[in-house]
Design a protein around this ligand. Structure first.
Ligand code: KG4
Ligand code: ZN
Length: 341
């Protein structure tokens, strides 16, 4: 079964073609980072307007890369939420219209389900059940993944997401948007230990996170300091270490609690090398397999949505003629794929 997929939930437009026999055939992405950089964050209206320009050309390119004609496509998957509703509407309207024109089913996919299942596209996919740490710009959560569509949320951030904390702290340090990768790069030249930042909520039981206090701690620690290059790098290094220590400690706690022997790390912050190394070290120490999607499939992409969409379409699930765009959509309301009634 060949599936075309469209992702346009925030500031990236992407298209992919997935084949159940031979795997991922093609994926294309256009990032609006340069467009939003001068505003210091995503401007929703600009994001949707640009998706209008980019989505169809990306689909053409992905189909051409895959050597696939449109009449070979047997299903269309698209990100239906959560995300910016204007952006979602562009992707969902195009997806639903193409499916209508081509006479095939369409299914709306949960963006976070895409992230959770992204490691399934790798040569050695994890086996269910596993623990997933999802760390993106909008979400930080730990979930027990029992199977496709069977997600139990064990903990989540009570305030800022990990990526948001990276982005806000990067802004304080005068780094360009998006801050996460820029801060991680700056941290490489920093010395650890000059600043004592908290490891939020580690002293309490449970698996929830809180990152807004960490950002405040950075504001307080740098007040009155001259932020020369060396100081900014030191702040970046200690901040990154505080986030990594916190995420690693909560993963360890969740693994002990569930008894799972596999951990999957997904979402944009999953591209952070320091985090990947620390989790690999934890895995080696406690006998847990740690897997990640390749870095380009940690951040937003259409390949992950194509895989999740295929799982649902293959089970006979589809959305009829409706066009779905849901800004807020709790992950644990999802169900295992099932045929449409
Ligand atoms: O998953 P994603 O691409 O989009 C959302 O669905 O949110 O995640 C984007 C987030 C941003 O906050 C970005 O700063 C962060 O992931 N990020 C990183 C790194 N690469 C991306 N944070 C830390 N280190 C990185 N290397
Ligand atoms: Zn995402």
């Amino acid at each position: 079964m060949k599936v075309l997929c469209i992702e346009a939930s925030c500031d990236e437009a992407a298209a992919a073609v997935y084949d159940s026999e031979s795997g991922l055939l093609a994926h294309r992405l256009f990032s609006q980072v340069d467009m939003h950089a001068k505003y210091g964050g995503v401007v929703p209206e600009l994001a949707s307007r640009d998706h209008v320009r980019k989505v169809l050309p990306l689909i053409h390119e992905a189909l051409a890369d895959a050597g696939t004609e449109f009449n070979e496509i047997q299903g269309v998957a698209y990100t239906a939420g959560p995300g910016l509703v204007g952006a979602l509407l562009v992707g969902s309207s195009v997806a639903r219209s193409l499916a209508y024109a081509w006479g095939c089913p369409a299914v709306g996919v949960h963006h976070l389900e895409g992230h959770l299942l992204a490691p399934m596209l790798e040569p050695e996919p994890p086996r269910f059940p596993f623990l997933a740490l999802l760390v993106s710009g909008g979400h930080t959560l730990l979930a027990a993944v029992h199977g496709v569509g069977r997600y139990q949320i064990l903990g989540s951030s009570v305030d800022d997401a990990a990526g948001e904390a990276f982005d806000k702290t990067a802004k304080l340090l005068g780094l360009p948007y998006p801050g996460g990768p820029a801060l991680a790069k700056l941290a490489q030249s920093g010395r650890l230990g000059r600043f004592k930042f908290p490891r939020p909520m580690l002293d309490r039981p449970g698996l929830d996170f809180s990152f807004s206090g960490l950002k405040t701690a950075v504001v307080v620690a740098t007040r009155g300091l001259e932020l020369d290059d060396a100081t900014r790098a030191d702040v970046a290094a200690d901040f990154q270490q505080a986030v990594v220590d916190t995420l690693v400690a909560k993963c360890r706690r969740a693994l002990e609690q569930t008894g799972f022997d596999a951990l999957v790390v997904a979402g944009g912050v999953g591209a952070n090398q320091q985090l990947r190394q620390a989790l690999a070290d934890l895995g080696a120490k406690i006998g847990v397999t740690v897997s990640y999607p390749r870095p380009s499939f940690c951040t937003d992409n259409a390949a992950m949505i194509a895989y999740a969409g295929w799982c649902r379409l293959a089970a006979g699930e589809h959305d009829g003629l409706s066009i779905r765009a849901t800004a807020r959509w709790p992950l644990d309301t999802l169900r295992a794929p099932a045929p449409a009634e």
